[in-house]
Design a protein around this ligand. Structure first.
Ligand code: GCU
Length: 678
């Protein structure tokens, strides 16, 4: 819900005025934090949110990083003038369990680290007096909260925003699974018309009749205004249902035209405005076909996908808006048009940005299996299953109005061993379809068996040429899987190889995955081979690179430093794009001219005969070595290769230039082996 945001100063100024409708106050600042079980008086650290306590240990590669209790406390000023208001606390992400207290009284508990939740505190606060808000957070492993494990850090803390919602007694419910309380259901959409049903959850005084008014705008222009009336039941609840249609709708059409209508909802009691909310409506239709891949609004769209985790060095998962914006700008620069938000729901702001940028999104619950490990991802007990259902409902309800989301992911790398998750995945699939019949379900598998046949589409995590095998096998595997699943759309949910920008080698040699040495040129080769094979197989509905960014994985002891999964195409700090990034950019970004020397970090070489490779999205590229032109080349899959180029001992200056004027320059030093002999 797009509340009117107010600052504390403004709020105190306004405290004697009546609040009109639905205000929100950000509570990110002025917290007191103490780790552990014991809460000694006066001992705390001042922190602002977003915050995690695991930046030092988990990011330092300490596999045994602290997973336990953390305590947050702050003052809550509630002006006396608000005694007739309803107050709610909204948390956008607390990992993993949050217990909330007002003035020492327990308000509620939320279990699960990746979704929003809201508690009403109206009757617990003392307006005009000093109030205390306390949150006890626990990120210790729990056998009944997803995820049980994963190749990523479970940073503890209040790592997303916290808000105070100030509402009138009658309002759009903030209590329905932490969502906006507004669901815009595109029942049927095509170029001629869109049939939509708005469901608005109302909450207030039992027996009162409320008017819900919806206004749909195209920019400033009102294209539709309609209303309905509902009487709140004995629990003070009602769902206002408003069907409407739009003729010749302008569709949300991915990156080509990510258009959205603006929707405003006003709630009235008699003629008094009670609540006012704003959201967006993106109208589109899509499907996945077992033989032809993904279609958006009737047109085939090759999905060029990446996976993304939500962490950074020094910050862990405590990211702010600028970080999310930067990540999405990088995806756009690369030319990607699809993203798998692995392995859990991410910050609501991320989905907003992805809607606006026209990405196709796979959003998933953290039902993560053991992959290659001995551990379990599923425990067959009711409390685990109930938590899984809850997390799925929260994800779907909270993200319902985002046109970018086309796929709900239900699991990653589960196994049918021990507690067999098949029946439960079946149940989750059914639940997802009940809540949202129009989106497709999917999953990321790494097994054969029944698990692959439970969701409407399926994808696999594949590492040919990294954990084993050779990159060339990916095509053969895909053809075989296509035959085995003739009626199911299949995709690749992950493919990737580790690389350090500091590990440069002259020969192209496959490294050992769990060793220190993760040479960059092997990752580049891996991706070149994979993308060429993928591109030639249009039956794949979507493929997703693992991973766009290096990310924290405290238990890992491989690559240049421990504690990191280095399969990113970009370094953890987002500072350096590895060569493979530019290979994709040359293939995927068709608008911004690119000329880029691959293997630029291998700046000292031993042999005067060299192969030079340039990535470019231009038709032809000219190479000049030490001022002498070696002519133009045409490329294949964005690769422009000059073989047997003679360089001189010592310093060589190489320049690559396209007709557009775009160019790149590097220096390669050939070690003078004669003079270096001693
Ligand atoms: C798995 C898993 C990821 C993991 C990746 C890897 O398939 O889904 O979470 O990081 O492989 O090994 O790098």
């Amino acid at each position: 819900m797009n509340y009117k945001h107010i600052s504390l100063a403004l709020l105190l100024l306004m405290s004697n005025l009546p609040v009109i409708a639905g205000l929100v106050m950000n509570l990110n600042r002025y917290w007191r934090y103490t780790p552990g079980y014991e809460l000694r008086k006066g001992v705390y650290e001042k922190v602002n949110l977003p915050h995690t306590w695991n930046t030092g240990d988990a990011l330092g590669g300490n596999a045994d990083y602290y997973r336990g209790l953390g305590n947050y406390e702050r003052n809550l000023e509630i002006p006396a003038a608000w005694k007739n208001k309803r107050l709610f606390l909204k948390f956008y992400g607390v990992n993993t369990i949050a217990n909330v207290f007002i003035n020492g009284q327990h308000v509620g508990e939320h279990r699960g680290g990746y979704t929003s939740f809201t508690f009403e505190i109206t009757n617990l606060v003392r307006p005009g007096e000093h109030n205390t808000l306390q949150v006890r957070v626990n990120n210790a492993p729990q056998l009944d909260i997803m995820p049980l494990l994963g190749d990523f850090n479970m940073y503890g803390g209040i790592y997303r925003d916290v808000e105070l919602l100030i509402e009138n007694p009658n309002c759009i419910s903030p209590l329905h699974y932490g969502s906006e309380g507004i669901y815009l259901k595109p029942k049927q959409v095509n170029e001629q018309s869109a049939q939509v049903e708005a469901n608005v959850h109302l909450n207030g005084q039992a027996g009162e009749t409320l008017k819900t008014e919806i206004t749909v705008r195209n920019g400033e222009k009102v294209i539709l205004k309609t209303e309905t009336h509902n009487t709140l039941d004995a629990q003070g609840q009602a769902v206002a249902t408003i069907p409407f249609s739009i003729h010749n709708p302008r569709l949300w059409n991915g990156q080509a035209d990510p258009f959205m209508y603006a929707v405003e909802l006003k709630i009235y009691h008699n003629s008094d405005l009670q609540d006012d909310a704003h959201t967006k409506l993106g109208l589109r239709y899509f499907r996945a076909d077992a033989h032809q891949g993904f279609f958006l609004n009737g047109n085939r769209l090759q999905l060029k996908g990446v996976c993304r985790h939500q962490d950074r060095p020094e910050l862990g998962n405590a990211l702010n808006k600028l970080h999310h914006e930067e990540d999405i700008a990088i995806m756009q620069d690369m030319g990607a048009n699809a993203v798998r938000l692995s392995h859990y729901p991410q910050d609501p702001y991320v989905y907003k940005l992805l809607d606006e940028a026209g990405f196709i999104v796979w959003s998933e619950i953290p039902f993560v299996g053991p992959g290659g490990y001995r551990d379990k991802g599923f425990v067959n007990q009711e409390s685990f299953k109930e938590n899984g259902r809850q997390q799925l409902k929260e994800m779907i309800y909270q993200q319902f109005n985002h046109p970018s989301i086309c796929f709900w992911g239900l699991f990653n790398e589960l196994k049918e061993e021990g507690d067999n998750p098949v029946a439960f995945v079946q149940e989750l699939n059914q639940l997802a379809k009940e809540l949202d019949p129009l989106r497709l379900t999917t999953a990321a598998s790494n097994q054969g068996g029944q698990l692959n046949r439970l969701t409407e589409t399926i994808a696999w995590n594949k590492y040919y040429g990294w954990y084993g095998g050779t990159p060339a096998s990916i095509g053969q595997w895909a053809d075989k899987a296509h035959k085995e699943f003739p009626n199911t759309p299949i995709g690749i949910s992950e493919y990737g190889a580790g690389a350090s920008i500091y590990h440069q080698q002259e020969e192209l040699k496959k490294p050992v995955a769990n060793s220190y040495w993760h040479p960059e040129n092997w990752q580049t080769h891996f991706h070149e081979q994979h993308w060429m094979a993928i591109d030639q197989r249009p039956f794949l509905w979507g493929t997703f690179i693992w991973n766009l960014f290096d990310f924290g994985a405290a238990h890992r002891t491989e690559g240049e430093v421990p504690g990191k999964n280095d399969k990113g195409l970009i370094t953890f700090d987002r500072a350096i794009k590895k060569d493979a990034f530019y290979f994709y950019k040359a293939n995927w970004n068709t608008t911004d001219p690119l000329v880029y020397f691959a293997e630029r970090r291998l700046d000292k070489r031993s042999n005067t005969q060299q192969t030079i490779k340039v990535y470019s999205n231009q038709k032809s590229v000219e190479l000049t070595v030490n001022g002498q032109s070696l002519g133009r080349q045409k490329g294949h899959y964005g690769r422009f290769i000059w073989e047997n180029i003679s360089l001189k001992p010592g310093k060589n200056i190489l320049l690559a230039k396209a007709k557009s004027g775009t160019q790149d320059k590097i220096v390669i030093r050939i070690e003078d082996t004669a003079s270096s002999k001693f």
